[in-house]
Design a binder for this molecule. Sequence first.
Ligand SMILES: [Zn+2]
Length: 134
Amino acid sequence: MTAEEIYNKINSFHTINTETNKSVFGEIADLYDKHKEDEAVAHIQNYFKCDENTAKEAFAIFKKKVGPPISAEQIALASAEALAMQYGPHCPYCNSTNLHRITTLEKAADTVLFGVYGNTRRCQWHCYNCNSDF
Ligand SMILES: [Zn+2]
């Protein structure tokens, strides 16, 4: 198989890894987002039984098509938004619904006390369960 053919297989969501029951695309995107590029290449090599260079090439095509990896913060925000849309607001860290909406006044007070870098300034919610702001 050529690198292009491998990429096309990865890109088809029907290629399910029977061991983990997840799509190969999802697994590789997951490793890529976590900056585990060596593991992603090894995964391609192992799954498609190709040589290392072909796996590297296929991964290079994958990276070019997918674009830069998503940061952990973006993932947390995206999953918080997705959960909020489905079930109302949830803490992205511990999944608790025991939340308090941080008001504009509190944000302003935080800015006054801690300056522009006060860390709740850009956050909208406080979680009473794990004490994180997001
Ligand atoms: Zn929490």
